[in-house]
Design a binder for this molecule. Sequence first.
Ligand code: 1CP
Length: 343
Amino acid sequence: MSDKLLIRALKGERTRPTPFWLMRQAGRYLPEYREIRAKARNFLDFCASPGLTVEATLQPLRRYNMDAAILFSDILVVPHALGQEVSFQEGEGPKLKALCGKDDIARLSIEQFHERLEPSYETLRQLVFAIPESTALIGFAGAPWTVATYMIEGGSSKEFVKAKGWAYRQTADLERLIDLLTEMTAEYLLMQIAAGAEVIQLFDSWAGVLPEEEFRKWSIRPARKIVERLRARCPKVPIIGFPKGAGALYEAYVKETGVDAVSLDSTVPLSWAAKTLQPHAALQGNLDNVLLLAGGEAMERETKRIINILGEGGFVFNLGHGILQQTPPEHVARLADIIREAG
Ligand code: 1CP
């Protein structure tokens, strides 16, 4: 087994120091990212340029020496690789040509799937040699439900009326789409592991909008299938699940998907998580990203409280959701010091 700190913690070992990385640790809050981002015409082109994505991945490591590097890409490269039109409008977020039903699903194609994702694989192959020896390399994908919401809604959403509408009234269509995404996401992640990813994170950012029965169908079941596929081929690679907003359903997610670790959003109570979840999976999380933006005493107190309560078992310090663009880089430096000083 790898002796990298992050991997030991994800396998359930209580480690000192506490390993840490931060969701969206690369990106717009860093001036050096904004500088290289300007070299690509648009965000998808940026993601398809290993010369830029390798550099973007390394930038936060140079400043803060996190215990993990995460592939610089986006969850929406998967719909693009399946032939759906995807674009990122400056300041507006992602736009996709929304799927309407089974005919649109039938038009998706796996023919160019790996070819279109080749820049991600190349980025990982280069990162294996570019990151420090003690740093673990994380690959990732969006979970099928979260990716499906963008494909059905045509972009970001607040109420998920269309995607949940499919769950209730076009169930067969949603099943077909989720099955396709489950299959192709597993393939994508296996290729990332072959290219050098040592840990996988599955981002189910919108799992929390699903009621219990729907959560089991569209979040737990696909995650379990992906875990099974990866385990069968790569039993040593730890898998982190992130069913953001799942509340009390975190317990079913951990027990029924078989993930090695689970990433907690900021609303999950710490002592409940330590007692209910940590016997079954390592924990990752869960500082409020707005508290990192705010900084100061409150951030210091909460960081120590998280480490005290969750640090008794397998634990990786992280945020409850990605770094916000307005976050001062000095606050991230201070956070890294507090985590290291905590021992
Ligand atoms: O031009 C730019 O810089 C665009 C901003 C940006 C960046 C830096 C987007 C657009 N994506 C990313 C990178 C990214 N996305 C990473 C790698 C960086 C890192 O972690 O260091 C990762 C892991 C993601 C994953 C991602 N993309 C998620 C899951 C995690 C989460 O935050 O919940 C989701 C939901 C997306 C969709 C997405 N990508 C970008 C935007 C604006 C959005 C929409 C978000 C929304 O609907 O609220």
